[in-house]
Every structure is written in structure tokens, then in C-alpha cells.
Write a protein that binds this ligand. Structure first.
Ligand code: COA
Length: 322
């Protein structure tokens, strides 16, 4: 028994911000950002919240799965940037979409959060506690970012993605691994902040997201290929039998490094980071929804989802598309 993804959804803030606009704030250029990261633009909240974006994505995932909100048994929101400590974002989403019968709670594993939430949903369904789950990754990282620090503000974007999953007897998720290494926690840190990005109104100063970019870069390029191979072994699937690798959209060069280490052609690594930037826990479900809507995911296709982030955390999931 496993779970399969029946529907996907996504939501983005209406305000799109180009590299040129960021170059007006810090000493950088469109050329530098594109060359070093592959990012050309991102969406930034001017009022949208983690809960409102997640609710939009969840609503869309339910419609895509042809399910009604009152059928949802478990509602998980992965986020590291909620507006409120209480109520949690998942309970706010529950109220917004009317999923009155669901049990709702948040989960934070930074950029690996969606994968960890999906694994949690899988464990609940596999153990027979619930039959289905709505799983979202939603972030408004623009409020955690120092818009005067060119090393971080160029990278991140806001948005949400969601999937509806339900119990299945065949296919679905075939293998899963997760890792955490708290000893390396200092490599990427941040404190909670109110909605306060440059396009909302200018933040005075204070504690912002802090990052050792090079360390994270090499962690991802070294660790993700191993994590993917581990998940494939659990699933009993060969690397060559995977149709698409949907990786956390952090940096084009990281994805290129991973594809090289695995010996897999870049054509099998779809990307949307050019338009989205790094949306943390939202990046994988946003990409999944984009491919689903374009009709690029066909029944029986084998997908690997894999992400990494603050913690440090990382994970990989092998699944067969419905
Ligand atoms: N514009 C122009 N120059 C910049 C710049 C910017 N936005 N940011 C840094 N630089 C400069 C640096 O000051 C440095 O100059 P110096 O050589 O005079 O000291 C030079 O560019 C190279 O900096 P470096 O940090 O080595 O660049 P990089 O190639 O490692 O790229 C990142 C920096 C942040 C893009 C890259 O390390 C990265 O993407 N890391 C992963 C981060 C990540 O994914 N975090 C989230 C994890 S989920």
C-alpha cells in the first residue's frame, strides 16, 4: 500500500520582481544573477501570506483531484515563514477552504519541508490512520531576507504549491529517505519576522536570514546524489528508469552539479527557478503543478523529488505518477 498524487495546485503573489529591480537596491546585475544562479525573476508578497497562498494552492489541488474540502482527512502545511505561531498556517488554511473534517498542523524542515510533509502523509496513510491528505509547501521568505544583502536577496521568492494524495494499492510513492544534520545548523539561520519586505514597506534592520552560500552549495552537490541513490535503492528502481528529477529549485548550477555527479542528462531535470527563484518548501510542489498543468506528466512515469535546506535537512522520494 502507498499514496498517489491525485491533484496539484499552486499560488503566487501578484507582484513579480525582476533582477533589474533588485540591482536598484544592491550592487548586482541581471547578468551576474542569471549567470551564477539561473534566476531572472521571482514573485514577492505585497500582502499575500503563507496561509493565503497555501489556501489558494490547496483549493486548486482539490479541484484538480476532483475532491471536496470536507473529504480531506489530514492537512499539512510545510513552512519556515508563517505569519503566526498560533494558530498554525494549516489551521488557517483549514478555515479558509472549509476542510472541517481534517486534522491540520504545520511542519518545518525549511526547503526540504514539502518532502518531509509528504513523507509524514505517507506514514499516516500507510499506518491506516488517515486515507488521504492535502500537503502544501508555502513560503513568504521575502520578509526574512535582508534586502540590503546581495548574497541572499537575489535568491529567494514567495509562493505555494500543494498536492492531494490518497491511499493506493499499486504505484504511488515507491521509496523515501530523509536526513537531518543539526550540527550544521549554523550554515543557514533566520528568526521569525512580520510581513515586511521592501515592496511592502522598508524594513529598518535586525536579524535576517543568514547564509554561507558556498557551504550549502557544496552540501547539496555532494549529498543530494547520494540521497537520490539511497531512495532509488529503497524503491528498487534503477537511475536509468527515472523519467524526471524534480529538484529543489535553489540554483541552476547546483542542479547541473547534481546531474553531472549522477551522470544523468540535464534534459531530465525540469526547472522553473528562472521565473520563481528559490521558494523554499514551495519549490517542488510548484514545479510539479506546472508540469501537471502542461500535461507533461503521464501515467506510469517515474519521478524523483529531492530537496535540501536549512537544518541542514535533505530528502528524496521516488514515485510513479498516477
Ligand atoms: N552580485 C554581484 N556580485 C556578488 C553577488 C551579487 N548578488 N553576490 C556575491 N557577489 C560577489 C562576492 O562578493 C564575491 O566577490 P569577491 O570575489 O570580490 O569576494 C563574488 O561575487 C563571488 O562570490 P561567491 O559567494 O563565491 O559566489 P558564488 O558563485 O558561490 O555564488 C551564491 C553565490 C549564493 C549564488 C551561491 O553560493 C549559491 O547559490 N549557494 C547556495 C545558496 C542556496 O541555495 N541557499 C538556499 C539553500 S535551500
Amino acid at each position: 500500500m502507498s499514496i498517489r498524487i491525485l491533484g496539484t495546485g499552486s499560488a503566487l503573489p501578484s507582484r513579480a520582481v525582476t533582477n533589474e529591480e533588485i540591482a536598484e537596491l544592491v550592487e548586482t546585475s541581471d547578468e551576474w544573477i542569471r549567470e551564477r544562479t539561473g534566476i531572472a525573476g521571482r514573485h514577492v508578497s505585497t500582502g499575500e501570506t503563507v496561509a493565503s497562498l497555501a489556501a489558494g494552492a490547496c483549493d486548486m489541488a482539490l479541484r484538480n483531484a476532483r475532491k471536496s474540502a470536507d473529504e480531506v482527512e489530514l492537512l499539512l502545511v510545510a513552512t519556515c515563514s508563517p505569519e503566526d505561531v498560533a494558530p498554525c498556517a494549516a489551521c488557517q488554511v483549514q478555515k479558509e477552504i472549509g476542510a472541517g473534517n481534517a486534522v491540520a498542523f504545520d511542519l518545518n524542515a525549511a526547503c526540504a519541508g514539502f518532502l518531509f510533509a509528504l513523507h509524514t502523509a505517507w506514514a499516516y496513510v500507510e499506518s491506516g490512520i488517515y486515507r488521504n491528505a492535502l500537503v502544501a509547501g508555502s513560503e513568504v521568505l521575502s520578509k526574512l531576507v535582508d534586502w540590503k544583502d546581495r548574497g541572499t536577496c537575489i535568491l529567494f521568492g514567495d509562493g505555494a504549491g500543494a498536492v492531494f494524495v490518497e491511499k493506493c494499492e499499486e504505484g504511488g510513492i515507491l521509496g523515501f529517505v530523509q536526513h537531518s544534520d543539526g550540527k550544521k545548523g549554523g550554515v543557514l539561520t533566520g528568526v521569525g519576522r512580520p510581513l515586511d519586505n521592501h515592496w511592502f514597506h522598508l524594513n529598518p534592520d535586525g536579524n535576517y536570514l543568514n547564509m554561507d552560500g558556498r557551504e550549502i552549495f557544496s552540501f547539496a552537490v555532494r549529498q543530494i546524489p547520494k540521497t537520490i541513490e539511497e531512495a532509488l535503492e529503497k524503491a528498487g528502481i534503477a537511475l536509468g528508469d527515472v523519467d524526471l528529477f524534480l529538484l529543489h529549485q535553489a540554483n541552476r548550477r547546483i542542479i547541473e552539479g547534481i546531474s553531472k555527479r549522477l551522470g544523468v542528462d540535464m534534459a531530465r531535470f525540469p526547472m522553473n527557478l528562472e521565473r520563481m527563484g528559490n521558494t523554499s518548501s514551495a519549490s517542488i510542489p510548484l514545479l510539479l503543478d506546472e508540469l501537471n498543468r502542461k500535461g507533461e506528466l503521464r501515467s506510469g512515469m517515474r519521478l524523483v523529488l529531492s530537496g535540501f535546506g536549512a537544518g541542514l535537512t535533505c530528502g528524496a522520494c521516488v514515485l510513479e505518477w498516477k
